[in-house]
Design a protein around this ligand. Sequence first.
Ligand SMILES: C[S@@+](CC[C@H](N)C(=O)[O-])C[C@H]1O[C@@H](n2cnc3c(N)ncnc32)[C@H](O)[C@@H]1O
Length: 170
Amino acid sequence: MIIDTGCGTGASSCTIATSQPHCAVIGIDKSAARLGRGELLDQPDNLLLLRANLLDFYPLARAAGWRCRAQYALYPNPWPKAAALNKRWHGSPIFPDLVALGGQFEVRSNWRLYVDEMKLALAVFGVESEVLLIEPLQPMTRFEAKYAASGHALWQLRANLDHATPPACG
Ligand SMILES: C[S@@+](CC[C@H](N)C(=O)[O-])C[C@H]1O[C@@H](n2cnc3c(N)ncnc32)[C@H](O)[C@@H]1O
């Protein structure tokens, strides 16, 4: 199973599902309006676009023992104010659940600090990651296309979550 977290219209979920026809792909977003635009896409049979709040979804998926082959978090809202750190996925209460689902993890952002923070947060779970400038770019999402057209540098973090170890509580 592959999860496309905060998938927006699900365009990236479609691309992923088409390229991995033997794997179930779930694109998840809380916005009915964005997912509604995805209904116009030509959706392959192995794709489910799901309206859900990820703050509910991740703890439930972990409790049910779900494991992923891959997870994508493409252009999450950056929540740039310091006070909003707990709204970024790596500062959110569901981050340990996301990590526990495992798989290849890919994050993309036009905000370098977001992926650098994510790298530090993953290190707490013993997960090494690499941060790369995306070049050449084949836009996977509407936001990616928009940022690229505006000349933003676009960043990608990649990590393998399969051997993550929860940090000891102190
Ligand atoms: C900046 S958009 C990026 C959408 C898409 N990945 C893209 O690159 O075009 C972030 C998306 O995350 C979704 N989102 C944010 N918080 C969420 C949550 N708690 N549960 C589900 N979706 C969420 C928003 O509805 C929005 O569609």
